[in-house]
Design a binder for this molecule. Structure first.
Ligand code: F6P
Length: 540
């Protein structure tokens, strides 16, 4: 719908439902609704979702689905998959789903055979990755590559870095990957420590190829390489991933070693294309394609499943439910998998850069909170850090728990203990422990209030067989589409990111004032001018 969804009948019906449901404890919801766990669960590909531990009834779900319909979600999904320019502020199609369409799919957008283009790049990546993995690709001194260093930031870093960590067990060619992103010199110097230039391949990843951090780090890496092996070595030790061939050539990287993508892929939606080159070199083209198949499975589920049985739709709508009706401020994502330790950071860019907007796509202001704040850490580490607040704090923090049945390795049956912790936490969060139950255990009266576990804290549990490339693809696609659902309800453009531009420009304007050759008074405001002066004093 265009206009303000919060003025709709469907929104009002949810507000009424909230009044009825918010006063109920999950214990009551389960008692009143036997079979709830079975009914409030569904599968998408290999992902199983239990959403019964949510503060919602069957009626709530019905009303949320009605809201999605009112917001025109069906039409929006169809428009995205058809390549319409739904990124209105940049007048672009939004087609990350095309990055994982099978080769025989057909999609022509703006006169271009999108699927053909995608597979041409995938094939080129596959050939390159195979040559590097087999040792056929040699560095300047004739040695095979042992380390790939991806230089990029934001979507050109978080995706491949997260996925490489997640799929390390599948890195089978003896090639490790490292990732450099920050303009803090500690990042590149720390990352390159101990590396041998003769066996290192740099992949400079930048959609625009104009990003300060990436180009600066790439220059440092280039100087390090040239210093050791000479100018001619650049061709054998540098590749680029970008949409901007001109800038790649200007930087001095042979465009024969460039892997392209398109303006219809947002940076934060791009690691399943050429931005994933470092990952593909580590795990191999076949595993990479399995990951793409996983993405595609959930894309198809999202595109075709009825909303009431559609995992991204329901999870997105529950996000709206807590964010806008319960005024929850954040959502925790808690993977019970050490391999997913970068997943929350990855999701932060995906979700918050997409939906952290305060105007709708038509430029009018939104009237509710948008942009859920995502955060998290793997379990069980988080249990010994912030779960106290989740259990007994005053804030409501809905949480997604992610678990896997099969570990990659399992000394001493550790994996079952990991899963037991996941299940125990979601149960304790939902059902808690009453003062009566605690007193009945013989707890001294004065301690009872401290030990009460209020419960009624909502969670989703997602279980999958094993963290494989395919399952990772399915998980990432799930969250991409959750973002889409929420963005559609709020009516925002989830695919632009104008809010990051001003700070970038101001940093460039400010940089000269930090050096002693320049007068210090060019700072934009009084406070910043004082900080510049102090910085210069400290720097000497
Ligand atoms: O600053 C935000 C951003 O534009 C992200 O959207 C993007 O992923 C990142 O910078 C890096 O951009 P690029 O890939 O063009 O270097």
């Amino acid at each position: 719908m265009s206009g303000d969804i919060t003025q709709s009948r469907e929104w009002a019906a949810l507000a009424t439902d909230h009044d009825a449901v918010a006063g109920k404890h999950l214990r009551e919801l389960f008692a009143e609704d036997p079979g709830r766990a079975e009914r409030m669960s569904l599968t998408a590909g290999d992902l199983y979702l239990d959403y019964s531990k949510h503060r919602a009834t069957a009626e709530t779900v019905k009303l949320l689905v009605a809201l999605a319909e009112r917001a025109g979600l069906r039409e929006r999904i169809d428009a995205m998959f058809a390549g319409e320019h739904i990124n209105v502020s940049e007048d672009r199609a939004v087609l990350h789903v095309a990055l994982r369409m099978p080769a025989d799919a057909k999609l022509v957008v703006d006169g271009q055979d999108v699927v053909g283009d995608v597979h041409a790049v995938l094939d080129k990546m596959g050939e390159f990755a195979t040559r590097v993995r087999s040792g056929e690709w040699k560095g300047q001194t004739g040695q095979a590559i042992k380390t790939v260093v991806n230089i990029g930031i934001g979507g050109s870093d978080l995706g491949p870095a997260m996925a490489y960590e997640a799929l390390r067990d599948f890195a089978d060619a003896g090639i490790t990957a490292r990732f450099v992103s920050n303009i803090d010199p500690a990042d590149i110097t720390g990352t390159m420590k101990g590396l041998d230039p003769a066996t290192t391949l740099f992949i400079v990843s930048s959609k625009t190829f104009t990003t300060l951090e990436t180009l600066t780090n790439a220059k440092v890496a280039r100087a390090w390489l040239v210093d050791a092996l000479g100018e001619k070595a650049v061709a054998k030790h540098f590749a680029a991933v970008s949409t901007n061939a001109e800038k790649v050539a200007e930087f001095g990287i042979d465009t024969a070693n460039m892997f392209g993508f398109w303006d219809w892929v947002g940076g934060r939606y791009s690691y399943d294309g050429a931005i994933g080159l470092s990952l593909m070199i580590a795990i191999g083209p076949e595993r990479f394609r399995e990951m793409l198949d996983g993405f595609h499975t959930v894309d198809e589920h999202f595109r075709t499943a009825p909303f009431a049985a559609n995992m991204p739709v329901l999870m997105g709508l529950l996000g709206i439910w807590y964010n806008d009706f319960f005024d929850a401020e954040t959502r925790a994502v808690l993977p019970y998998s050490q391999r997913l330790h970068r997943f929350p950071a990855y999701l932060q860019q995906l979700t918050m850069e997409s939906n952290g907007k305060s105007v709708r796509a038509d430029g009018s202001p939104v009237t509710v909170q948008t942009g859920e704040i995502f955060w998290g850490e793997p379990g069980t580490n988080g249990q010994h850090a912030f779960y106290q607040l989740l259990h007994q704090g005053t804030r409501l923090v809905p949480a997604d728990f992610l678990g896997f049945a099969e570990p990659h390795e399992d000394p001493d049956g550790m994996h079952d203990l990991l899963t037991a912790n996941l299940l125990a936490q979601t149960s304790a969060l939902a059902f808690g422990k009453t003062a009566e139950e605690i007193a009945a255990e013989g707890t001294p009266e004065s301690l009872v209030p401290h030990k009460v576990m209020p419960g009624n804290r909502p969670t989703s549990t997602i279980l999958a067989p094993r963290l494989t490339p395919s399952v990772l693809g399915q998980l990432v696609a799930l969250y991409e589409h959750i973002v889409f659902v929420e963005g559609t309800i709020w009516g925002v453009d989830s695919f632009d990111q104008w809010g990051v531009e001003l700070g970038k420009k101001m940093a460039m304007d400010l940089a000269p004032a930090l050096t002693s050759e320049q007068p210090p008074d060019s700072a934009p405001d009084e406070s910043t001018a004082a900080l510049v002066r102090r910085y210069r004093e400290l720097r000497g």
